[in-house]
Design a protein around this ligand. Structure first.
Ligand SMILES: [Zn+2]
Length: 262
């Protein structure tokens, strides 16, 4: 009688070994599925980001329409005490794209700063200014092309264009990009303006890599391009320990002609 009962119990239950095997199989399945799920999540985020980038590009067009063709200021004001009009020669004061007031100052990374930005009137959701793939501490991770009424690049500021009508081929000039700032980890906050040198192969700012090692860029005609970065050096700028030697190759050669009008 006792033997029958224990046999029945054995038939109905799991032995420890069976349980371990089942747990092992589940763990194996999870380890196989997780990278796939992560990739799928990244792909979904890329689509959401792309939609936001398009809305920002359209907001950027509306701004020019409402301001006699002047482009929104692409140079976040780094000096909170600088009065309007006291900008370098050749630049006209306008409210910046958003107010990143100083390197290291946290104000630039606030919802208040985004709401005060000149484009907020046209793109009225703070999440539009942040890439959903960026899981860092930034509220703003979308930056504007420094050549479009912004910083330009060292030694070439006069070539910066100020009016939308000066852009001859809108489909060939990007306006917004996912940016990751490696300098955050050394100097503090430095986002909003993305600079690209035209004449030599050195990066100044680091593009985001959150969409399966790529970034979104929206263009002056409103279309959005996903760019996968093909160089290890481009990725290293965004991966600890943030190796930034600045030297660029095919990725930088891809973005250079799309950055500044010729
Ligand atoms: Zn993005």
């Amino acid at each position: 009688m006792r033997n029958d009962t224990s046999r029945a119990a054995r038939r109905n239950g799991f032995t420890l070994v069976e349980l371990l095997v089942v747990i092992g199989i589940i763990a194996l399945l999870i380890s196989i599925l997780l990278p796939t799920l992560k990739r799928a999540q990244r792909a979904a985020q890329q689509v959401v980001c792309s939609s936001g980038m398009r809305q920002l590009a359209i907001a950027w067009m509306y701004y020019a329409d409402d301001n006699k063709d002047w482009l929104v200021d692409g140079w976040p004001d780094r000096d909170p005490n600088r009065p309007p009009g006291k900008l370098p020669p050749g630049r006209r004061y306008q409210i910046p794209f958003f107010k990143g007031k100083a390197w290291g100052a946290q104000y630039g990374n606030s919802e208040a700063a985004i709401r005060e930005g000149a484009l907020f009137k046209y793109a009225r959701e703070t999440k539009l200014y942040h890439c959903p793939g960026d899981d860092g501490w930034h509220l703003v991770s979308v930056s504007i092309n420094g050549w479009l009424n912004g910083e330009g690049s060292p030694g070439a500021t006069p070539e910066v264009i100020h009016k939308r009508s000066d852009i001859k081929r809108a489909a060939d000039i990007w306006v917004f990009i996912d940016e990751n700032d490696w300098r955050d980890y050394q100097f503090g906050y430095n986002l909003g303006s993305f600079m690209v040198r035209r004449y030599d192969l050195h990066w100044i700012d680091a593009p985001g890599i959150w969409h399966n090692n790529g970034a979104n860029l929206s263009f002056a005609d409103g279309h959005v391009v996903y760019k996968h970065w093909d160089e290890k050096g481009t990725l290293k700028m965004s991966i600890p320990p943030y190796d930034f030697n600045g030297v660029g190759g095919i990725d930088l050669k891809w973005i250079q002609p799309l950055t500044a009008p010729k």
